[in-house]
Design a protein around this ligand. Sequence first.
Ligand code: GLA
Length: 734
Amino acid sequence: MSQMIKINDNKWDKKIFHLSTENTSYVIEILKDSTIGHMYYGARIKEYHNSKKYIYMDRGFSPNPKGQDSDYSYDTLPQEYPTNGNGDFRIPAYQTLEEDGSRVSNFKYIKYEIINDKPSLEGLPSSYVKNKDTVATLVLYAKDKVNNLLVKLYYSIFYHLDVITRSVEFINEGSKEIKLLRALSMNLDIRDPNFDLITLYGRHNNERNLVRRQVVPGIQGIDSTRTSSSSHQNPFIALVKPETNEQYGEAYGFGLVYSGNFLAQVQLDSYETIRVSMGINPYDFSWKLSPGNSFQTPEVIMTYTNSGLGGMSRIYHDFIREHLLRFEFKYRERPILLNTWESFYFDFNETDIINLAYESKELGIELLVLDDGWFGKRNDISSSLGDWYVNKDKLPNGLLNLARKIKNIGLDFGLWFEPEMVSPNSDLYEKHPDWVIGIPNRDRSLGRKQYVLDLSRSEVQEYIFDTVSHYLDSAPIDYIKWDMNRNVTELWSEKLSADQQQELSHRYILGLYSILERLTTEYPHVLFENSSSGGGRYDLGMLYYMGQSWTSDNTDAIGRLPIQYGTSLIYPAITMGAHVSTALNHQVGRITPLESRAHVAMAGNLGYELDVQKLNDQEKKQIKEQIKFYKANRELIQFGNLYRLNTNDENENAWLFIDDAKAEFLVTYVKILSIPGAPIRFIRLSGLDPDALYEDTSNGNVFYGDELMNSGISIERVKQDFYSKIWKFKKIGV
Ligand code: GLA
């Protein structure tokens, strides 16, 4: 599609690259000394006629490159990928260390290349296309003439989804070693100070809460130093106008396809430009680039919309489903599972599991997941990670036998692993104490009573691949829950030289990706669920390999509301594992109605995590109906378009899922506390066809879409905490 990249050569004695998606434009200009300048990113413009020609201004304390006038300074120029040490005192995009100790990085544009495809990234997960006609990639080549470092800036344009992905590749074309001290994935300089920054912060059991703050002069941002994207900050940020809400307003989104240490920052400088930078965290990072070697940064998925936060989320949801999730799982409905963790924890035997399976089948469940505790001598968290052989005390007839029995009952079978870890109290640790990350003469920290294996080592990668594939080869396993329940400390690897130790965090993630690439290629039909004490590594990198993520260990319906809200800002419902657990809830001790628990879980991939045998007949009947309802509406939730409604009132939460044809939709509503003298409530719906006549399937009442969107639907006043309701509407005419 030629309209995606327009190149204006020599018109003003300059080279301009105008990248277009259906509704956005991105303009790059090669400036007079061959610096790569950034001119514009925002709503689509037909042509760029250099409306920003007055970009130079003499500023005090802003140095000028040799041969340039005093109004030309990198300190004040909007740039695509800022260098270090040449007079731009803001955040650099990359920094090098040369053999003589110097740390100045500088490059000049040399040429461009257009690829009619979306190249994959060496060793890293990244977005992909099946139909090359819908994408084009611009590669800008720039070179540092002093150290011969070639820098390739990649921009892939996904025309119909208003997405541009970015990444950078470094190639040492010189004869001397260069160290990368910083190698971010992207930079964006926006000449407008008036934005809010949105980030998703949290902690174990309370991940991805939305935080919105005004961008003020200086640096604001988030990061992870845990060798994991973490429950604490998610590798995603958005910049939105102060007036932007769910439905209206400008929003820029930046999502990093990476699962390790990251940095995402905005810097408002003294001349009112906001610099956005994102990539691998430079903290405790360096990378040795020997002559001839290259380094690839992770990808950033970037979008712009003027349809508010909701519009931004829908772009990400479509993009992730279409261009990031494994092909096998793009169009496959996710099964309703029952997980044994909150049902039994470590205390079960074969009969318990079989009985649970019979009861689950009765209720309509489709997949039984045997969680932690099935291996080694694992009766609590203090032992056996690494000893991935079946615990014969609990499962005397072995795993194959159990899996077959579950399959015969008519359920799929899933198994829990935490393969990146080892317990000090395990056979594996006794045999390979050196496989653990740690420094020999220093104490090693424990996390959840376990150590982390050194995934940068090829023998450790082999062991993990062999362990998991052994089970996949020897038993009918349809699903694997891949857990990772602590972060990495005392970073040091026996296999790396002293000058490469700062590569370990990134090498760990590359090792993990290499294992996952092999496993998902060899077993394309197995559904992997990404877990890290719940949502501790819920990121775009893991989603590339794993079709769904356990959203949070917090299964309390009310506690889940902000978590699922924040998660949905970027991640689609189809990826969001959401379970109904018992009341009294195990994380917060709250009692909520079974109905509300299900309604909240139905906004994601519905599952159950309780001993269903202990339920009374009424509860079992209720669950049967919930499952029947979810199955009938699963396609709508998992593949439909999400509109978050009514989010201004923190006591209420309402979501709407509608199909592409706008022929049917679902509305979920949850009220947290019952308010004395409560106001009468209406919810105005969104995303409907205004001219379509819709029927409320529960009572046959009909309304035109315009009435539902403008006048709204009224909420019955029920005097009850944690009250919830679901409506299903179908189009019956126009
Ligand atoms: C993590 C997961 C839980 C469960 C336990 C088992 O915390 O998030 O769902 O699998 O591990 O130890």
